[in-house]
Design a protein around this ligand. Structure first.
Ligand SMILES: [Zn+2]
Ligand SMILES: [Zn+2]
Length: 330
């Protein structure tokens, strides 16, 4: 089968790899659409080639149910980024992310993948392969989890630091919930994308002498109700800690080496800080409801193209020119 090979040094290629052999608890899925995650840029920029690729946001068609009676050949499925054992307490609550046996299907930028039989959902006819990538993967799962768990809604001013695919998803989700999202992002193309998905204001942090002061200015002097750190940087976390209003909320989803000093600001300003990792399969029904009520997730997808064009797609994503990129086997 064909699969994307991430070579590092800003290069990818399509190469031949053996067809995956599903284990007893897995089924074989033919990939229809595969989302590129911002996190993959580390390997794309890195010096070493990966064994294959790190794709993990995917939808497809069951090619071989491998004896699992709940699946038929030809079923259209969305694949969850993380699946658990299906039996433990966390899995039974739909929170597979915390299962001790949690795993992700490997190398999803491929023609075929092996997926745990319990880590997929059958797609309704109104959910396209591209939409399923967002509704089942972490690309929109993190913005959903961060926004819903922050409890923000109508009239709240939110601030999103970093507008890669996840940050853009935060802006989209928060606008849909009735918030007024401020997008802080140094790359101009991404600020434009933030406006397209519903940002109320955009700020270029490089052009601001005092970002906290600017955020206070936009919020009648008190700061945003909630800040969402999506870049994993120390300076953005520090700014979020400074700028969030007293008794406000900070959601940390950017991955990076950061330090937090609870004494400094959290205690005296009664702040709450929480994290959100990937997405829970149990969230799918609610995310599907939001989609059917009009959550415009298609606006996040700025490029849907054939795997043959993967090199250009990865380069554009690296330059900050794209939101969500979806690759398909033509
Ligand atoms: Zn991802
Ligand atoms: Zn489990």
């Amino acid at each position: 089968m064909k699969s994307l090979h991430i070579l590092g040094n800003h290069r990818v290629e399509i190469a031949e790899f053996p067809l995956p052999e599903p284990k007893a608890n897995e089924v074989l899925v033919k990939v229809a659409a595969s989302g590129v995650c911002g996190g993959e840029m580390h390997a794309f920029r890195g010096e070493n080639a990966m064994a294959m690729n790190g794709g993990h946001e995917v939808s497809g068609i069951v090619a071989d149910p491998n004896g699992h009676p709940q699946w038929d050949e030809g079923d259209r499925v969305g694949v969850f980024t993380l699946g658990g054992c299906g039996k433990c307490r966390w899995c039974r609550m739909g929170r597979d992310t915390f299962c001790e046996e949690v795993g992700t299907p490997a190398a999803c930028h491929s023609e075929y993948i092996a997926v745990r039989a319990n880590a997929m959902v059958k797609l309704a006819d109104d959910v396209s392969a591209g939409a399923a990538v967002l509704l089942c993967g972490d690309g929109l799962g993190v913005p959903y989890g961060g926004t819903v768990r922050a409890g923000v809604g109508k009239g709240d001013v939110t601030c999103v630091f970093g507008c890669g695919p996840v940050g853009l998803g935060m802006v989209l989700m928060q606008r849909f919930m009735g918030c007024w999202p401020i997008a802080v992002e140094p790359v101009e193309a991404r600020r434009k994308l933030a406006l397209r998905v519903g940002a109320w204001q955009t700020i270029d942090p490089a052009a601001e002498e005092n970002l906290t002061a600017r955020l206070r200015e936009l919020t009648d002097g008190i700061g945003p109700d909630a800040c969402f750190e999506c870049s994993g940087r120390q300076d953005t976390l520090d700014c979020a800690m400074d700028a969030t209003k007293c008794e406000g909320i900070i959601c940390q989803v950017g991955h990076g080496k950061q330090q937090l000093d609870p004494q400094k600001l959290i205690i005296k300003r009664n702040l709450t800080i929480f994290g959100n990792w990937v997405s829970h399969p149990g969230w799918y029904p609610d995310m599907l409801c939001l989609y059917r009520q009009g959550l415009p997730i298609e606006r996040l997808i700025t490029l849907e193209t054939s795997f043959e064009n993967a090199q250009e797609a990865y380069s554009r994503l690296e330059q900050g020119l794209e939101g969500k990129v979806i690759l398909t086997w033509a």
